[in-house]
Design a protein around this ligand. Structure first.
Ligand code: CP
Length: 317
């Protein structure tokens, strides 16, 4: 596997899951694979889980790791070609990318949607420039439209906790005070659609996701109806996708917060969220602290998803 930005890059998903569970049994069985190889992790945005889990995964494989926070200590980067650089950005991404490629063997990039230009976001301008100009294999640590390491960890977690072969999985929108990208819900939908699970998406009208990601999912505007019989509730906020509201907050209606009353409608569902989560906006204290909450186990599986991906990339070097 040269690059990893979406579920299709993994190839056979069931085989990848098998490899992930083998790694989980013994995460130090491939410590020689990354010897003398360097992972460079580049963050255009903040992170707790992605940073730590990916670094840990690389260390488990024997890799050296370097982390660059672009907004803390690096030169401010211009990203658009053709701009007269007489402002506050002294370096262009088109030089910075190949320079970064000189110092490492694999590059991980985190670059969120900016909500300035929908076409740029959905064309994945930043990560695609890394793929094109770095000369190195590149993987997404959350790009503008997808967060595949998160979705892979989510899938591993569902496989571990599911009680039936074909669980009902519900992705629900929930309120949030800030405009958040669609990367997590897009990606979650993409990965759920790659399984044979029953998959339902529920959100208020106006929050429709890109149909390319919704795929064959059932879209239900009545949240309570969507929750009926669910085995997994996956909560997430996202800003509007459809024009002319792209990137806007249309609602902060707290009747969409996941609470005990709604969880009672489910088949004793597990509660999932990628974290960080705003308590009592997205989910109540009671639900996230309940035995059915598997948000910590989900975060722990980020190490496994990252290690499975890095192992595949190292094997292709
Ligand atoms: N879920 C996730 O990606 O967490 P961070 O933003 O903290 O990396």
């Amino acid at each position: 596997m040269r690059n990893f930005t979406c579920v299709q890059d993994l190839g056979d998903l069931q085989q990848a899951l098998k490899e992930a569970f083998e790694i989980k049994k013994d995460r130090f069985q491939f410590t020689g694979l990354g010897k003398n190889k360097t992972l460079l992790m580049i963050f255009f945005n903040s992170s707790l889980r992605t940073r730590l889990s990916t670094q840990k995964a690389a260390m488990n494989l024997g890799m050296n790791t370097m982390v660059l926070d672009v907004n803390q200590g690096a030169w401010k980067l211009e990203t658009e070609r053709g701009v007269i650089m007489d402002g506050d950005k002294p370096e262009h991404l088109l030089e910075a990318i190949p320079v970064m490629g000189c110092y490492c063997d694999i590059i991980g990039v985190r670059s969120f949607a900016r909500f300035e230009n929908k076409e740029e976001d959905y064309n994945e301008l930043i990560i695609n420039q890394f793929i094109r100009y770095s000369g190195r294999p590149v993987f997404s640590m959350e790009a503008a439209t997808r967060h595949p390491l998160q979705s892979f960890a989510d899938l591993i977690t569902i496989e571990e906790y599911k009680k039936t072969a074909r669980p009902k999985v519900v992705l629900t929108w929930a309120p949030h005070p800030k405009a958040l990208p669609q990367a997590v819900p897009n990606s979650f939908a993409e990965w759920m659609n790659a399984t044979d699970y029953e998959f339902v998406i529920t959100h208020p009208e106006g929050y429709e996701l890109d149909p390319a990601f919704v795929g064959n999912a059932c879209v239900e505007y009545d949240q309570k109806k969507a929750f009926e019989g669910a085995d997994f509730i996956y909560a997430k906020n996202w800003a509007a996708y459809t024009d002319p509201n792209y990137g806007k907050i249309l609602s902060t209606d707290r009747s969409w917060t996941v609470d005990t009353e709604k969880m009672v409608l489910t088949n004793n569902a597990y509660f999932m969220h990628c974290l960080p989560v705003r308590r009592n906006m997205i989910v109540t204290d009671d639900v996230i602290e309940s035995p059915q909450s598997i948000v910590i186990q989900e975060a722990a599986n980020r190490e496994i998803s990252a290690q499975t991906v890095l192992k595949k990339m190292l094997m292709s070097l």
